[in-house]
Design a binder for this molecule. Sequence first.
Ligand SMILES: [Mn+2]
Length: 333
Amino acid sequence: MEVEFQRAKRLIDKAERILLIAHRKPDGDTLGTCIALHLALSKESKEVQKACIDDIPDRYTYMTDIKEYIKEFNYHEYDLLIVCDAGASYMTDYHKIYPDIFKGEVPVINIDHHASNDNFGTVNIVDHHAASTTVILYRFFKYAGYNFTPQIATAILTGLYNDTGSFMHQNTSPETLKIAGEMTACGGRVVDVSRNLFKTTPVSTLKLWGRVLENLKVNSEGVALSVITKQDFDECEAQIDELSGAVDFINCVPGTKFTVLLHEDDAGNVKGSFRTRNEDVDLEEIAGKFGGGGHKKAAGFTIPGRLEKDIRWKIIPLNGADRRHRSLRSIDL
Ligand SMILES: [Mn+2]
């Protein structure tokens, strides 16, 4: 990592105009990384801008300069691009409007922690084991000698909180807690972060999650199942993305093998999300039977079709779906 830090620092020192790029559908980690870099590099007398193809969610407005993101730009006007927390170059979505953006005409620093990262940068500061991209950024700041102001500390905490699920996921380690302590000592605002990331929820989302709880059943095989239909979304006036996190929330019933949340989407699909806390269950294999995939402890699938309540919930595949999908007719959950 030391060599990459050295190369990245050299690119930064040489550059006068720097563009920081967040990934599409921005989260606390990509935004926290961009903001901490923006604040630090501005102090180094660099001209810095931030870009994101999607709107920045309101919940992040407690961070400094959060609204100052541009959507379009001419990348040739910059001497350096820094891509933050993007698991692959296409995750920024900018390849769609600027096909050659990451081909190296303008040097790219790729700072990230996803296992999927394809090292698309001129310099790649990638650590698959880091809990968040802001953890890597913290180490880089130490290397580069940048100060942790209260605003920078809050931005680094935001990435940490976001990617560890407020220090509840498996990736919570002595290092993440140590960094969180140090950032708090530097004036980082823990309460602002936790309140905005985890304790701010619109009525539509609360109603939708109410449906998830109401529909939750544990079947005779020890599977916790809940279901959200298109009608539920309409009645709660909620969007699909408001369901994110709900499956983790209900994956808490003692004695269950695993948890499934099924929902219909706008495009006529049924989507399933699996979670388990059970060491003996391999969800990648189970989701595979539905034509999906993922990891051992978290997996999912998408099938064209709709949900129908019989004695139990069934997935009714669309006519014309392939044999594998049709064979699901017999599988109820
Ligand atoms: Mn991340």
